[in-house]
Ligand binder design. Structure first.
Ligand code: HEC
Ligand code: HEC
Length: 306
């Protein structure tokens, strides 16, 4: 809360909250102590409202026990606001916060799991990958944290890279995989239509890109495309189209495609650009967990033992 409110706004919110609770109490008290002033049939104490022939509404105060319950809720509200955060920026006497509770629970779980990770201490990702217990733990970590984007079999999908093949945007060493997970990755290809000039030229470049992986293409268009590629694309994808792992520019000369390798999807890539965002996991997983899940990813493409 303190991130959003200046202290004056905090005081205002606290004031309005306390005022509302006090007013609830006042309302209760007024209602309980005043009798309804309507013309009554004094003898029968009736308000004059009758339903179903003989069901009458009498002019009695609300039952005491029922009023008591209402007063208890008001006392409860004050006690709650004293101990827990709820009054503007006041943190509460117990200093409880949902974030604090989460961190404490996480710390407890990590302490309990620490002995399990101890045997991987000081080992490299590649070495851990050969240990069966690491694979089981890595698989669970992967399913809980990574499968929603990379699929449960780690083969990914459109825009989400396949982690089981030998084709890497940012590198497939244990070290590079760890950096991808710890820091996250942002692959950005800007829209290139201005640089290639026209839709016609974009299609020509796409024909050239098709030729890079040895697929059927129109050689005349590809020749024009090659020239444009040399001007607009080599800075990131390299002269031979083999990509650049420093910026995550994919290799265009293989048959692995992140966004699709048909002429249509290549033209779309050129016209609109593409972006891929892999979130940083350093706040989500600790260093031990990251090493183990990295080893799980590494072994999928390196030991042939999926
Ligand atoms: C919110 C979706 C999302 C989650 C969750 C996610 N990733 Fe990713 N990951 C991506 C995307 C998208 C990319 C590609 C980034 C790019 O296009 O530059 C990527 C890239 C990677 C890479 C680099 C691949 C390469 O070819 O170099 C690795 C390794 C990786 N992720 C592993 C993981 C692991 C392990 C986890 C779980 C701890 C995980 N990711 C969780 C979306 C995700
Ligand atoms: C500023 C660097 C940069 C430039 C310039 C650039 N690209 Fe890219 N390109 C990238 C990056 C980074 C990606 C990966 C985007 C992602 O992570 O989703 C990419 C992705 C692609 C893809 C998708 C590959 C796949 O596997 O699906 C194609 C095709 C492509 N670029 C073609 C081109 C062509 C053709 C040009 C020239 C007109 C070009 N790029 C210019 C950086 C660049």
């Amino acid at each position: 809360m303190s991130d959003f409110f200046s202290s004056t706004v905090g005081l205002l919110v606290a004031g309005v909250t306390l005022f509302s609770i006090v007013m609830c109490g006042v309302l209760l008290w007024v209602q309980a102590s005043k009798k309804l002033k309507v013309s009554l049939d004094v003898k029968s104490n009736s308000t004059g409202h009758v339903w179903d022939e003989d069901l009458q509404e009498l002019n009695n105060p609300m039952p005491r026990w029922w009023m008591g319950l209402f007063y208890i809720t008001i006392v409860f509200a004050f006690a709650y606001l004293f101990f827990f955060p709820g009054l503007g920026t006041y943190q509460g006497k117990s200093e409880w916060s949902s974030q604090g509770q989460y961190l404490a629970e996480r710390k407890m779980v990590e302490e309990r799991a620490a002995p399990l990770f101890a045997k991987f201490e000081g080992l490299k990702v590649e070495e851990i990958a050969h240990m069966p217990e690491a694979k089981a733990m890595g698989e669970r970590l992967f399913l809980n944290n990574c499968a929603q984007c990379h699929c449960s079999d780690a083969r990914g999908g459109r825009g989400f890279p396949n982690l089981t093949d030998a084709d890497w945007l940012y590198g497939g060493t244990g070290e590079a995989i760890q950096v991808s997970i710890v820091e996250g990755r942002n692959g950005i290809m800007p829209p290139m239509i201005a640089a290639v000039g026209s839709d016609e030229n974009a299609r020509a470049v796409a024909q050239y890109v098709l030729s890079l992986s040895g697929r059927a293409n129109d050689p005349l268009k590809a020749q024009l495309g090659r020239k444009i590629f040399g001007e607009a694309c080599v800075a990131c994808h390299g002269a031979d189209g083999k990509g650049n792992q420093a910026i995550g520019a994919p290799n265009l000369s293989d048959r692995t495609w992140l966004h699709g390798g048909t002429e249509r999807s290549i033209v779309e890539t050129i016209k609109n650009g593409r972006q891929g965002h892999m979130p940083s996991h350093k706040q989500i997983l600790n260093a031990d967990q990251i090493r183990v899940v990295s080893s799980y990813v590494w072994q999928m493409s390196n030991t042939g033992n999926r």
